[in-house]
Design a protein around this ligand. Structure first.
Ligand code: ME8
Length: 508
């Protein structure tokens, strides 16, 4: 298996503050990045901000700010979100950085040199909100299919010969069945490409906030050609011989929302193939969050600020909820009720209670050290093996971005472990068979250690607290340590609850 993993989030427009949707996509990438690191891979996890184009220029004008000062400020908010969510990104790219501008201009020159770009003029519809061109036939009641308003644009424009890539794109989808996931989205993209592709306008002249087209400074590069290139600029493009490029390109995964799949699964591989570069290995398009059943929008005033969720429910419960509540790929709804249900049932009752009662029984009955087990019986062994087997199960689910299934598998073992505690009743053994009690409590401590290793990517802080309470040193927290058992006699710190129960405020 490859020993490196390169995962990217979309780079977010700096027209607005970050919200739960942005946090969600980046969280999914963070979980993958953390898992792959624990699994021994060299990981590159990239996120960043998309700072050019008409939409950002307009937002800056509305804010009465110079675009650069505006993007500096809003980009900072996305950077702070990443910190608040405990994202482990290795890099944060901004499209106004020189390394990126250089990469976009180099890619442009390459496409021109290969005859893939030509000058003509565009007359058609454009949506600033989507930063997308639309054919008349695509409009629905005079609006973009996304519901965004469109305006008529007529201007000189460079075009990319997208129409010439139809067959090669279809061939690529057929020979790489996992290139687009989930499968339903792959089918949508294939139907779209089979319907025929028009050449794509890739420069604009009616505004200035963008990267200048090499040799024709009256044009700026279309913001999507600019933005998509970030995935390559961050690993050293145009220096394709650089160690980073050699090591990390092609990317293993571009994680995106379903709204921007076409750009990633059609335009981007076409640009890359046309420039003689390899397409990414996978584009995963996840679903859309609503808030208490309603579309999230600024005009409805129901935008969910991830910082408020963290303040109210705590960081790790929020991370857990987002990854567990909705089958990844499908649309999902955020509701306070569902959040509290997950927090109290899955975290406080199931996982928290397992850890808390195991550790406090050890503290009380085993002198606060890892107990010395006797011979393990079939029930002990079965439980330990189920926990070990989770590594492969979780790995398989995460290889296809099925976060909820990975968590379901972990919670199956948590459920088994809770049933084991009830069946073994160590509180009774204390009086009747203290040697057996020690074996049961040892097994439980071992189970909690194995579970905590596996929950690290999802809930890094809470898992670290559990591992601290088991005195597992930081050098022994890789997945490879799943069977490196606790050493009897090791002193343990005083146990403390890690998953608080959410208690509703009494009505005023
Ligand atoms: O599209 N539910 O940036 P953007 C789930 N700059 N995910 C959501 C969401 C929601 N309600 N709202 C937003 C852009 N997202 C371009 C990308 S990449 C080369 C350029 C997430 O700021 C989701 O990942 O509009 C979506 O694709 C992304 O934010 C759009 O972010």
């Amino acid at each position: 298996m490859a020993d490196r993993y390169y995962v990217t989030t979309p780079i977010y427009y700096v027209n607005d503050s970050p919200h739960i949707g942005h946090a969600y996509t980046s969280l999914a990438c963070d979980v993958l990045a953390r898992f792959m690191r624990l699994d021994g891979k060299e990981v590159r996890f990239l996120t960043g901000t998309d700072e050019h184009g008409q939409k950002v220029e307009k937002a800056a004008a509305t804010a009465g700010m110079d675009p650069q000062a505006f993007t500096d400020e809003v980009s900072g908010r996305f950077r702070r979100l990443a910190e608040a969510m405990n994202f482990s990104n290795d890099d944060f790219i901004r499209t106004t950085e020189p390394r990126h501008v250089e990469a976009v201009q180099a890619l442009w020159r390459e496409l021109v040199a290969r005859g893939e770009i030509y000058l003509d003029s565009y007359a058609g519809w454009y949506s600033v909100r989507d930063e997308a061109f639309y054919a008349e036939s695509e409009l629905v009641d005079g609006k973009a299919p996304s519901g965004a308003p469109v305006e008529w644009v007529e201007e000189p424009s460079y075009f990319f010969r997208l129409s010439a890539w139809q067959d090669r794109l279809l061939e690529h989808y057929r020979t790489h069945p996992d290139f687009i996931l989930p499968e339903s989205r792959r089918n949508e993209v294939m139907r779209f490409v089979e319907g025929g592709l028009q050449d794509l306008s890739v420069s604009r002249t009616s505004f200035a906030w963008g990267i200048k087209v090499p040799g024709d400074p009256g044009h700026v590069v279309y913001v999507w050609l600019d933005a998509l290139t970030n995935y390559c600029s961050a690993v050293g493009y145009p220096d394709t011989e650089s160690p980073d490029y050699q090591r990390f390109w092609p990317a293993d995964l571009h994680m995106v929302g379903k709204d921007i799949l076409r750009f990633h699964a059609v335009y981007w591989p076409a640009f890359l193939m046309a420039a003689g570069l390899e397409p990414p290995k996978r584009v995963y398009a996840h679903g859309w969050w609503t808030n208490e059943g309603q579309k999230i929008s600024k005009s409805l005033g129901n935008v969910i600020d991830p910082r408020e969720l963290i303040a109210r429910y705590g960081l790790d419960p929020t991370r857990y909820f987002l990854m567990r509540e909705v089958p990844f790929g499908a649309d999902g709804d955020f509701s306070h009720r569902a959040m509290v249900q997950r927090m109290n049932a899955d975290l406080a009752n199931d996982y928290g209670n397992l850890a808390q009662r195991s550790l406090s029984m050890i503290a009380k009955n085993c002198g606060g050290v890892v107990p010395e087990p006797g011979k393990l019986d079939a029930a002990d062994q079965a439980l330990l093996e189920a926990a070990t087997a989770l590594v492969d199960r979780v790995r398989e689910h995460l290889a296809v971005q099925q976060f909820h299934k990975a968590l379901e598998a972990i919670w199956e073992v948590i459920g088994e472990a809770n049933r084991y505690v009830d069946a073994q009743a160590p509180w009774t053994l204390r009086k009747t068979d203290s040697a057996r009690m020690a074996t049961v409590l040892y097994t439980l401590a071992e189970i909690v250690r194995r579970l905590a290793l596996l929950t690290q990517p999802f809930m890094p802080d809470a898992s670290a607290k559990l591992l601290d309470q088991l005195a597992v040193c930081t050098g022994a927290r890789q997945l490879a340590h799943i069977e490196a058992a606790l050493v009897p006699g090791t002193p343990l710190p005083k146990p403390e609850g890690v998953f608080p129960r959410y208690v509703e405020d009494a009505p005023a």
